[in-house]
Design a protein around this ligand. Structure first.
Ligand SMILES: [Fe+2]
Length: 280
């Protein structure tokens, strides 16, 4: 059963890469055809010829197979002048869409998975940070996260302590804010938009809005792809494949506080597509 996640918005294509031949894909098991129509607009059809709603934002084509309760979440920074908007492309991962988001929220893996790039031994400790579910926005936020990074971004030449904030505005989307080496006082924005193909298969579309006038676009894309391919090998080997939503089984450490809040928020909303529920 898909449940309330049916009503959320999901990315299904990169707008710039969508030609007249379109993209055959699926959303939570439902086959879809995303196509650019003769008048230039984009249409999304189900296999039983139902037309789905379309939103074009953050470089991607978004849709929903249900009835969205609200419009697609806003990323105010996306419209800020001077940012480079980076379409990283798609990475197919054999994992639960919820696991892909949870991995993105986890900093403790940096020294071990992204060794000498996003983290390095002996700097493995995660300092105290703040996690909350913001009731008005209905989003999970982690703030005041600090971590030592040997190479925080393509534009970084030396190690720095990077500040982070994480935001979860939708069950399979996360927005990461991190220290911007090129422009102190601003945040670079790195997002993870996950398209659930099924409960244990997803297309992941990272997207970025950076202050970086130096790095060639291909370098920015390759840097992020390299990071994400390192995550993929971890994600495809997680057991159990689906995300357990039984809080009793977790012994939270400081590093997983964000994950605990994310799971609690998912459970509260019955966002369980890709989750493993407790045997009743
Ligand atoms: Fe990672």
């Amino acid at each position: 059963m898909i449940g309330p996640m049916m009503d959320a918005w999901y990315p299904v294509a990169l707008e710039s890469q969508l030609g007249p031949e379109g993209r055959a894909t699926q959303l939570m098991g439902m086959p879809l055809q995303v196509a650019r129509q003769t008048d230039g607009s984009i249409g999304i059809r189900t296999s039983d010829d139902r037309l789905l709603p379309v939103r074009l934002r953050y470089g991607h084509v978004w849709t929903s197979i249900g009835t969205p309760k609200a419009d697609l979440f806003d990323i105010p920074e996306a419209g800020q002048p001077g940012r480079r908007l980076v379409e990283v492309g798609v990475v197919r991962v054999r994992c639960s869409p919820l696991r892909a988001v949870e991995n993105f929220l986890d900093i403790a893996h940096f020294p071990f998975v992204h060794t000498d790039i996003l983290g390095a031994e002996p700097h493995t400790e995660v300092e105290k940070y703040k996690v909350e579910i913001r009731e008005k926005e209905d989003e999970v936020w982690a703030t005041k996260v600090k971590f030592y990074q040997p190479q925080a971004a393509k534009s970084a030449s030396t190690g720095i302590t990077t500040d982070y904030m994480y935001r979860v505005p939708a069950p399979t989307c996360s927005v990461l804010y991190k220290t911007c080496p090129a422009r102190p006082g601003e945040w670079d924005v790195i997002t993870l938009f996950v398209q659930p193909l099924s409960e244990d298969l997803c297309d992941v579309w990272p997207w970025m809005a950076l202050f970086d006038d130096e790095s060639p676009m291909t370098d920015l894309i390759h840097f992020q792809q390299m990071i994400f391919l390192q995550d993929r090998s971890i994600l495809e080997n997680q057991i159990p494949r689906l995300l357990p939503l039984d809080p009793g089984k977790e012994i939270p450490t400081r590093a997983d506080l964000t994950s605990v809040a994310y799971r609690r928020w998912l459970k509260r909303h019955n966002y369980t597509y890709g989750a493993q529920l407790v045997a009743q």
